[in-house]
Write a protein that binds this ligand. Sequence first.
Ligand SMILES: [Cu+2]
Length: 157
Amino acid sequence: MAAAGGVLLTASLAGCSGGGDGGGDDGDDGGDDGNGEYEYIDDEPDYGDWFSDTDLYEGTVDWTGESSVSVDVGAGSNGYQFGPPAIAIDSGTTVTWEWTGKGQSHNVKAEDGSFDSGTAEAGDDVTFEHTFESTGTYQYICVPHETVGMVGAVHVV
Ligand SMILES: [Cu+2]
């Protein structure tokens, strides 16, 4: 009886010890804005190489069914991107771009001229909004940072 109890006790302690060694993630901390909650549309528009320098781009975020949505101006690790870069909305939806204060001065300018926030501005209290009345895919840029991937798209369905 005593011997059997000893064996059981040893096994139990071994189990505890093993459990205590947990943890140890590799510390690869990404440092992005936690985009894991987004849902993306299934029928992705053909953007060509529009987002080739935009590392936040993972697809077109499905924000259809919303009357108003907002996009960060100054996203990503350096603040030189839009967050999220590509969104899908219904016609009639208002998009508000909200400056985060990161990445110096920004603006929002449509490639087709249909909307333009004007001169690039800095600060975290700047906003610009536009209501999209017509379907289509609207590509836009931040003029100072287009070349480092600060570009976006609004896909209106
Ligand atoms: Cu910018």
